[in-house]
Every structure is written in structure tokens, then in C-alpha cells.
Design a protein around this ligand. Structure first.
Ligand code: F6R
Length: 609
């Protein structure tokens, strides 16, 4: 979703800003722009399309100046166009970039038009610059004008404001859209994601909800929602500088698929002792919170929701607690029942997904016994606002289609199953078996990755297809859903997933030779049932691709291609069967020539509703 970068320095900042935007490209966007102040003049360049277009424009017409802001826009109000791209301006004095949605923009627009301000874009953002301009008429500084402005905004914003008449300062404000301040030597920065600033600093402070900050070259002053000056902890980033590089890989997605063994090893490290998962994996006070839990409510979106659905099977089968799973955008707008001793778990790669965050806040109001997040972003809103957190340590995920975050979420959820299970009488043997399984996941994923060439060849079959069906049973049903989501988001082939027992209740009508059916078939207690479903498809002339354990005794023939998946235990099977499905979607997308890392219409980190 939209990206923000800002800088106040003695050197020219346009290149730093554009490099920052490049590092945020993975979030998805449709246009990009930059504005800098030079000799008290504001200059701005914006382009529809890729950051590269903006960079080219700046090569021919460089912008000089030490104070500047830049933005990649993902359209919400107004079509993607240069006119709607940020930064927006008021009277050639004020320039603003903004992430989020201003819900009362229409009313503010009318008021400002009444005051004589002329609007030149369709965006909600433009109200911010005119409001600041208007407030400056009665304020003694840019800071107080922005403070007065944000009081009038309803909705979500992360915003940065500069004024050509006060050229060595930027004012930033956060409510609902993350902003991080980067501290340099004699220069300071702001961005919506620390990744953007790693080439220039490693010291960061995350703004809290309602914070407004004044940033100059020498100083950063932060004020909370009451206007009181506050300190926010400055931490050294653990994210590596090359997190934004593709290395030897053609796409971030492929790099991230191949990083899974390492990411799994990292997430497990230090969290298991004496064949037990440590409560402390979920935070310092986790044991106290977890020991009486009898019900778990999990909330997430997209891929993270599929991880949640998988965990429901585990928590109910093995940990002996009841579990509900719901999509965040549904949970937040309905009245749900609160069971006694309930734990609310959110799952999120980014930690900033607007719906998930709103669901967490609602759950806290409802009185859940405790809240936990399974999250990949240490300083994120979900981590800061939850009682407990499991930090995934998957490393930065840049590809819009989530891959390594999903398998690491599954590992974290298996650990949660073991811990909650222990507090509810899970046998020592089962706990030990889960630990053994966790420890052998990295090597097993390596084996699954060796299917890459075979799957690349198989992918050819899909290139001319428009629809596909994914089938699984039990905890492989959510894996089928995740496989279908991956295929549709990056190859644009329509893909649906069904619990295979549901076939006869409707989807069998779709089966013909043009509808490839992908089946995930580990050798578990549901295998025989699944085989009956496979026969139902075969009898109707369907063409199947079966990912199966070699002991599952499927044989390739005219109607079925069998891809042998390494033998694995029940605890890790969902995770292992995910790998070939990720590779399949990647190779199909390659053949179709889509933008694998930034599929159309999609954004990483969905910070608006
Ligand atoms: C799909 C994908 C999305 C995200 C969803 C939630 O590949 O990446 O479906 O899983 O937007 O995002 P997080 O996990 O950041 O809350």
C-alpha cells in the first residue's frame, strides 16, 4: 500500500527519497512523486506508473534541495493519474504526502472551497494541504498548524507536511497509518517502513497513535495526542541492509520461497528446551496468560487467515481447546459471543493490516482474557497493542504474495498448540513429537524445494487455463485454499478451493478437461476418503495433479499426474505441502509473464479498510 519517505538534510535529498520509494515498491502502488524545497521554492515531479518513470524524469530534470518528501500512491479516492499522485500542494507553499483515508474529506472540501481554496485533484489528501495552509494564517508555526489540522481529520493518516517558507523542517503525524523516524548524523528522516531508510540510517523510533513530530536536521521533537512532548524509544534496526535486494533470484517471491528453511530455523531457535516449547516464545508474561485458556479466537486476513484455519484443526485436535477463526473484516462489524477464558490471537505478516488491528481493538473492548499476535514486524501496531507477541523472525517479505511468512506462521501456531496443549494436559510424548517435527522442518522444506524443476515443467499445462480447482481435506483444506489464493493473485487464473468432501454438493458440475484439479494428498487418516473424491473427479473426465506422499499409492496415468512429496509427519504436513503449491503458482505466473512481485491491483500491507 502507499509508501512515504521524507528527509531533512544538508545534502540534496531527491536521490535518497527515490531510493526509499524503490525499497517500498513491493507494497504495490500506481504512481509516484517527490517534492523538495530549494531556496524557499517548492518543486515537484510526479509520474503515473513505476518509480523508474519518476527516476527517469528526475534524471532529465534534477530537483535540488535538502528538505523533501516522496510518495508511492495506491489509489483510494480518484483514479490512478499524475494529477492525483502525491505530493499534493496548497498555493505553491505547502506540500503533503499522506497514507490512509480521510473519511470526512467531502465535508472539509466543501468548507475549504467556501474559504476560496481550489481543488485540483480527486483525492482526500488535498484537504490536508489546504487545511494546513488555512491554519497557518492563525498559527505561530507549521507544527501548531498541523496539530490544529489533524484535530479536524477523521479516519486514518500517516502524513508529512513541508512549507517552502520554513524550509528546514517537516512535520509528521500518525493516526492509523504507521510512520517511523530515522535518525541520521546531522540529518533526519521519516518513512512508512524502516526498509526505505536502511541505506541512510539504522536508528529508528516508531511513532505512536496520535503522535505529531517536528523534524529538523539537528532535532526531533515528538508530541503525543494531548500535545505533550514525549520521548519514543530509539532502537537499532535488526533488519539487514540487503533485505531489499533480490540477490541471485529473478524475483523476490522466489527468493522468499527459497528462504523458508532458514526462516523456519530462525523462528524455532531458542524457543524449545527439553522437548517442550517454551511459554516465553510468546513473551515474558505468556505463561501467566496462557495457563487458564480454554478457548481461542483467531483473527486474520488473506494468507494469514489460511494459517489461522490450519491452526484451528490443531488446537481442537491436539491442544484440547475450542477455537474459532474469522476474517478480520467480518469480525469487526458483527456482534460475536465471548467465551470464558478466551484468548484472542491475531496473525499478520505486516502487523499493520487495518482490519486486523481494528478487530484487536474491538476484542480488547469486549474483555478477552488476553491478546496475542503472531507477527513478523517487531515494532508494528499489532505487536505494541497486544499483551503477548510471537515474533516470527521470517525476515523482510517483499513479494506481495506471502510465502515464507505463511510457513513461519504455521510453525508459530504449532508451537502455540504445544504450549496451550501442555496447559490442558497434552502428553509429554506428543509435545516431544511436535518439537522433533519443528526441528526437522527446515531440512524437510529443503527436500520439498527440490521439486522445483518438476513443478516448472508441470506449470506449462496451466498456461492456457482460465479456471482451476484445489482440493484438500482436514488441515490440508486451508492449504488448498492458500494454493488457490497464490495461483489467482500472481497468475490471474481463477482458482477455487474446496474441502474435497464438498465436491458432490455442487462443484462437481464444473469438472471437465479444461478445469485442472489440484489435490493435496498426504498419507494421513483421511487419505482413503480423499481417494474416493479423486475417483469422483476421474469419473467425470477431470484432469488431476496430485501432490502425494510416495506411500499414498497414487499412480500417474492419462487423467492424473502424481507429484511425489517427501514423506512427512502429520504436524508438518500442511507446511510441507504448501511448498509445491507456492512453486506451482510462481512458475505458472512466469509463463504467463505477469508481474510476479507486484501483481496488478494488489498491495502489500493493507493499511486501509
Ligand atoms: C496474500 C497476501 C495477503 C495477506 C493479507 C494479510 O498472498 O499476502 O492475503 O496475507 O493482506 O496481511 P498481513 O498478514 O500483513 O496482515
Amino acid at each position: 500500500m502507499c509508501g512515504i519517505v521524507g528527509a531533512v538534510a544538508q545534502r540534496d535529498v531527491a536521490e535518497i527519497l527515490v531510493e526509499g520509494l524503490r525499497r517500498l515498491e513491493y507494497r504495490g502502488y500506481d504512481s509516484a512523486g517527490v517534492a523538495v524545497i530549494n531556496n524557499n521554492e517548492l518543486s515537484r515531479t510526479r509520474r503515473l506508473g513505476k518509480v523508474q518513470e519518476l527516476a527517469k524524469a528526475l534524471e532529465s530534470n534534477p530537483l535540488n534541495g535538502g528538505t523533501g518528501i516522496a510518495h508511492t500512491r495506491w489509489a483510494t479516492h480518484g483514479e490512478p493519474s499524475e494529477r492525483n499522485a502525491h505530493p499534493h500542494q496548497s498555493q505553491g507553499d505547502i506540500a503533503v504526502v499522506h497514507n490512509g483515508i480521510i473519511e470526512n474529506h467531502q465535508k472539509l472540501r466543501e468548507t475549504l472551497q467556501g474559504l476560496g481554496y481550489e481543488f485540483v485533484s480527486d483525492t482526500d489528501t488535498e484537504v490536508i494541504c489546504h487545511l494546513v495552509h488555512h491554519e497557518l494564517k492563525t498559527s505561530d508555526s507549521l507544527l501548531t498548524a498541523v496539530q490544529a489540522t489533524v484535530k479536524q481529520l477523521e479516519g486514518a493518516y500517516g502524513t508529512v507536511v513541508i512549507d517552502r517558507r520554513d524550509s528546514e523542517r517537516m512535520i509528521v503525524a500518525r493516526s492509523g497509518s504507521p510512520l517511523v523516524i530515522g535518525y541520521g548524523l546531522g540529518e533526519n528522516f521519516v518513512a512508512s517502513d524502516q526498509l526505505a531508510l536502511l541505506p541512510v540510517t539504522r536508528s529508528f523510533a516508531f511513532l505512536e497513535e496520535g503522535d505529531v513530530a517536528e523534524i529538523t536536521r539537528r532535532e526531533v521533537k515528538i508530541f503525543d495526542v494531548e500535545g505533550t512532548q514525549v520521548e519514543r524509544e530509539v532502537k537499532e534496526s535488526e533488519v539487514t541492509h540487503d533485505a531489499g535486494d533480490k540477490g541471485e533470484y529473478r524475483h523476490y517471491m522466489l527468493k522468499e520461497i527459497y528462504e523458508q528453511p532458514m526462516a523456519l530455523a530462525r523462528t524455532i531457535e531458542g524457543r524449545i528446551a527439553n522437548q517442550q516449547v517454551l511459554d516465553s516464545a510468546f513473551g515474558v508474561n505468556a505463561e501467566q496468560f496462557l495457563k487458564d485458556i480454554k478457548h481461542v479466537q483467531i483473527i486474520a486476513c488473506g494468507t494469514s487467515y489460511h494459517a489461522a484455519m490450519t491452526a484451528r484443526y490443531w488446537l481442537e485436535d491436539w491442544a484440547g481447546v475450542s477455537c474459532n477463526v474469522e476474517i478480520a473484516s467480518e469480525f469487526r462489524y458483527r456482534k460475536s459471543h465471548l467465551f470464558p477464558n478466551s484468548l484472542l490471537v491475531t496473525i499478520s505478516q505486516s502487523g499493520e493490516t487495518a482490519d486486523t488491528l481494528a478487530a484487536l481493538r474491538l476484542a480488547k473492548e469486549m474483555g478477552y482474557k488476553a491478546t496475542m499476535t503472531i507477527c513478523n514486524a517487531p515494532g508494528s501496531s499489532l505487536v505494541r497493542e497486544s499483551d503477548m507477541s510471537y515474533l516470527m523472525k521470517a525476515g523482510a517479505e517483499i513479494g506481495v504474495a506471502s510465502t515464507k511468512a505463511f510457513t513461519v506462521q504455521l510453525a508459530g501456531l504449532l508451537m502455540l498448540t504445544a504450549v496451550i496443549g501442555r496447559h490442558n494436559g497434552m502428553s509429554e510424548q506428543m509435545q516431544a513429537d511436535i518439537c522433533t517435527s519443528l526441528a526437522s522442518m527446515p531440512a524437510k522444506v529443503e527436500q520439498a524445494l527440490s521439486l522445483d524443476d518438476e513443478i516448472a515443467a508441470l506449470a506449462e499445462d496451466f498456461a492456457d487455463k482460465h479456471h482451476s480447482l484445489f482440493l484438500g481435506r482436514g488441515d490440508q483444506y486451508p492449504i488448498a485454499m492458500e494454493g488457490a489464493l497464490k495461483l489467482k493473485e500472481i497468475s490471474y487464473i481463477h482458482a477455487e478451493a474446496y474441502a474435497s468432501g464438498e465436491l458432490k454438493h455442487g462443484p462437481l458440475a464444473l469438472i471437465d478437461a479444461d478445469m485442472p484439479v489440484i489435490v493435496v494428498a498426504p498419507n494421513n487418516e483421511l487419505l482413503e476418503k480423499l481417494k474416493s473424491n479423486v475417483e469422483e473427479v476421474r469419473a467425470r473426465g477431470g484432469l488431476m495433479y496430485v501432490f502425494a506422499d510416495k506411500d499414498a499409492e497414487f499412480a500417474s496415468d492419462d487423467t492424473m499426474k502424481v507429484i511425489p512429496v517427501p514423506h512427512c509427519d502429520d504436524f508438518m504436513a500442511p507446511l510441507i505441502y504448501t511448498i509445491p503449491l507456492q512453486l506451482l503458482s510462481y512458475h505458472v505466473a512466469l509463463i504467463k509473464g505477469t508481474d510476479v512481485d507486484q501483481p496488478r491491483n494488489l498491495a502489500k500491507s493493507v493499511t486501509v479498510e
